[in-house]
Design a protein around this ligand. Structure first.
Ligand code: FEO
Ligand code: CA
Ligand code: CA
Ligand code: CA
Length: 598
């Protein structure tokens, strides 16, 4: 066990022990508060939350359900305030509504669910001298975008025949955003939001592409198709093509219409984190979270304009519409025979190798060109998974969040798990995904050639192979395993101001709750992983943000345990016994007012 003040700068805290407590557990000397929770009124006129009298109209002005990605943006001219942007990934009706009948949802319940999905913008106030944050209700920037708000399709697939519907014959205006998982914050002051498991909202899929995207052939789980025919693909086969994109939101302009950026491809977008090339062009790394799916990047052909002028801002809102979309192919440097599928290190001592970025399509001012034989550019953008299949991209163990280190330029990819790796009919272990039936996942570190984010080649190695450190099939960048915390199912990744990587988990397979971990990526302590917090029963840890004075996490789907309901709750977090469980955003800070982990 590490001593309290031991650790890399930024990680000097006593690790939290794995546990199954129905609370957020933080290190000794740290405090916490709930910043905002499902149902808290944030817009003018929204009522206080009343779990027994929910309405769609109320929910549309309240914080949404299942907060996932978080961004905090500066708010100039308003001291000690920041703009919090959150994703509301999905709804858990059985934990929201007393007496919910999954076979017969009511129209009101469905409309509440539509209003509880989407994005939330809420200004937050910092308390003097601590890291405590509280929501500023009714601020002019506060905003909710839901499953029925207007979004604009932009870029090479906008207007294509593949995205036209009877309600939108131009193929440019979509109602709603769905299943926003993680995301990113751009250097030009906007946020990006990945539409992930969009298949679950649609009924009666029939095409080969529906199948490749996981759309079922029968009724949907939530039965939304009974209340709006666009969710019935028998009636509106193209509606599903209008979801599965990266959304760009301008949180500083509450009147703006958010855009779905088709140049970044369509798949189960986990997240989208940009960085800039030396000449100022954004590069966005993106994972497709499905077993045996791919890692992508988009390289813009346009340079960001600096400054806060209106013309610079308008220019920057076009950066993600032109450029090239790539998919990754990984090659190991050890003989295939040395990859035993059980996690044994090959004889060169590392899971490592080289890789190439294979171009799929390029969008320019005069249209787009496909680089994939047999597919048009529009097909590459709308059916990006099929393009990856055709060019032989590497099938990965569920690529989740990707984060470039602002210090070293290295790129970290969370591969959460893959229970099917190496099973009958599925791809066997390879050097980049070295364990069959991979329960605990791994974290890959990628170095672009010449440290150029627009490079078409890279080197890679595994940084962590997750699990209980007493399990020989784990690896912590070579750091002594007796000194690290157990970790399972890495999902979101973020960097702190000191250059340490923070990892949140989803689906811990070690018998304890999910949590948040910090790990040094450089120097003598590289690989020293320490657990910073744990989340309540049934919850996943999301959206970590680590600022000097606070750590912010999304506690997503607390109480989501098989068989649980409003009547039979598995969790009563955060309000306690007798109260309905509510997903919420939590701020954690040092009670002595000093910076995190120093
Ligand atoms: Fe919504 Fe891939 O986690
Ligand atoms: Ca090797
Ligand atoms: Ca996730
Ligand atoms: Ca996940």
């Amino acid at each position: 066990k590490a001593e309290p003040a031991d650790g890399a700068r930024g990680l000097r805290f006593t690790p939290v022990a794995p546990n199954t407590d129905d609370r957020v557990t933080v290190p000794a000397g740290y405090g916490q508060n709930v910043v905002v929770r499902w149902g808290d009124p944030i817009l003018h006129g929204a009522p206080a939350f009343d779990s027994e009298n929910q309405t769609a109209a109320a929910q549309a002005g309240q914080f949404g359900y299942n907060n996932d990605f978080l961004s905090l943006l500066p708010l100039r001219h308003e001291p000690h305030r920041q703009v919090l942007v959150a994703n509301h990934e999905y709804t858990d009706e059985v934990l929201m509504f007393r007496g919910y009948d999954p076979e017969n949802p009511t129209r009101e319940q469905v409309e509440i669910a539509w209003a509880a999905h989407g994005l939330g913008v809420v200004v937050v106030q910092e308390e003097h001298r601590t890291g405590r944050l509280t929501a500023v209700t009714r601020h002019r920037l506060n905003r909710r975008l839901t499953a029925t708000s207007e979004f604009e399709l932009t870029g090479p697939a906008a207007g294509s025949a593949l995205v036209r519907t009877s309600a939108d014959p131009d193929g440019r205006t979509v109602l709603g955003t769905l299943n926003n998982c993680s995301g990113g914050t751009t250097p030009w002051g906007t946020t990006l939001h990945g539409e992930e498991n969009i298949n679950q909202y649609f009924a009666n899929g029939s095409s080969a592409t529906d199948k490749r995207y996981g759309v079922g052939t029968g009724a949907s789980e939530r039965k939304w198709e009974r209340f709006d025919k666009r969710f019935d693909l028998k009636q509106e086969p193209n509606e599903v093509h209008r979801f599965g994109w990266v959304v760009e939101l301008d949180p500083y302009d509450p009147e703006s219409t958010p855009r779905k950026r088709t140049a970044l491809g369509r798949f189960k977008h986990e997240a989208a984190q940009p960085r800039l090339t030396e000449d100022g062009r954004p590069v966005v790394y993106m994972g497709d979270d499905e077993r045996f799916d791919y890692l992508y990047k988009f390289v813009s052909s346009k340079r960001m304009k600096k400054g806060s002028s209106r013309s610079a801002h308008e220019h920057n809102l076009t950066l993600l519409d032109e450029g090239t979309l790539y998919v990754a192919k990984f090659t190991g440097d050890s003989p295939a025979a040395e990859i035993d599928g059980a996690g044994k290190l090959p004889s060169d001592g590392e899971f490592d190798g080289s890789g190439v970025w294979i171009p799929l399509a390029t969008a320019g001012p005069d249209g787009a060109v496909s680089h994939v034989p047999g597919m048009t550019a529009e097909e590459v953008y709308v059916f990006t998974r099929l393009a990856g299949d055709k060019v032989g991209a590497t099938k990965m163990d569920r690529p989740e969040d990707v984060e470039p280190s602002p210090r070293s330029g290295r790129v970290y990819v969370a591969l959460t798990n893959n229970s099917k790796r190496g099973t009958t009919g599925n791809a066997p272990a390879d050097e980049a995904n070295p364990r069959n039936v991979n329960k605990h996942g791994h974290v890959l570190e990628l170095s672009e050639h010449w440290d150029d984010p627009s490079s078409d080649g890279f080197a890679w190695r595994l940084f962590l192979v997750a699990g209980d450190p007493s399990d020989p099939a784990t690896y912590f960048a070579g750091f002594p395993k007796e000194k690290v915390s157990p970790i399972s199912c890495p999902d979101n990744v973020a960097f702190d101001p000191h250059g340490n990587l923070w990892i949140s988990t989803d689906g811990n397979q070690l018998g304890s709750h999910d949590g948040l971990f910090g790990v040094a990526t450089r120097g003598e302590r590289r690989g020293e992983l320490k657990q910073f917090l744990t989340v309540p029963t049934g919850a996943e840890t999301c959206g970590p943000l680590v600022q000097d004075r606070r750590v912010l996490v999304s506690v997503q789907h607390p109480g989501e345990v098989d068989g649980a309901s409003v009547e039979k709750p598995a969790s009563t977090w955060p309000d306690g016994p007798g109260r309905i469980v509510r997903p919420a955003v939590v701020s954690v800070w040092r009670t002595d007012g000093r910076d995190i982990g120093v």
